[in-house]
Design a protein around this ligand. Structure first.
Ligand SMILES: CC(C)(COP(=O)(O)OP(=O)(O)OC[C@H]1O[C@@H](n2cnc3c(N)ncnc32)[C@H](O)[C@@H]1OP(=O)(O)O)[C@@H](O)C(=O)NCCC(=O)NCCS
Length: 177
């Protein structure tokens, strides 16, 4: 961690919670979703209507192994003396040991203190310990400012994913031959 987050009276600790406790993540996940809504160049409407419940589907699925890390502060950095979560990192890997960093978010006033880096290190260490082979993270088109943060951990952009806007169906069109 480059800068000490332990400013006077600010107590910071990290905690890994279980899948059953994922509701603790909701406020931070929703803040990230609002951030994506503002940042997205073409898909703000998608994020506007994307819900935590929809996101939870993956995290409730037994086909992926998940890890949920929280950064908690107490003291003058929190509301009163009560400890509260100011950062979250969700990571997962599938049966082929493909690892994904699904979500990372730190509340604006706690950024630049090394919290994001500390959570990244915890997730990457977990991948190593779990024998995860591939690692990836998707970055929103419009949020490229975050690239330098990820490149510190060896992640670089490889390709753009292009999606159609509006209602999309996977069903093949009726045969009009
Ligand atoms: C990305 C994020 C989690 C990093 O958390 P953090 O606690 O601020 O990270 P750290 O303090 O460990 O590292 C901060 C470094 O990353 C850089 N960085 C991180 N996000 C950045 C951004 N959006 N633009 C520019 N620089 C950024 C900072 O400039 C800083 O570099 P410095 O130390 O040279 O000043 C946090 O900025 C955040 O929540 N951003 C908004 C949500 C987001 O974009 N999440 C990623 C979704 S793919």
């Amino acid at each position: 961690m480059k800068k000490s987050p332990s400013r006077p009276k600010l107590k910071l600790r990290y905690k890994t919670i279980s899948r059953d406790q994922i509701d603790q993540v909701r406020p931070l996940w929703e803040a990230l979703n609002r951030y994506h809504t503002k940042r997205s160049i073409h898909f703000s409407k998608f994020f506007e209507t994307f819900t935590f419940e929809q996101r939870l589907k993956k995290y409730k699925s037994r086909s992926v192994t998940v890890r949920i890390d929280l950064a908690l502060v107490s003291g003058s950095g929190g509301k009163g003396a009560k400890e509260r979560a100011v950062g979250v990192c969700l990571s997962s890997y599938d049966g082929r040991k493909e690892g994904r960093l699904d979500t990372i978010y730190v509340e604006p006033r706690f950024r630049g203190l090394g919290i994001g880096s500390a959570m990244m290190k915890r997730a990457l260490k977990w991948f190593d310990a779990s024998g995860v082979k591939g690692r990836s993270v998707s970055v929103l088109f419009g949020n490229e400012d975050v690239f330098p943060f990820y490149s510190r951990f060896g992640f670089y952009p490889m390709r753009y994913t292009m999606l159609t806007k509006g209602k999309v169906t996977n069903r093949p069109a009726k045969n009009k031959r």
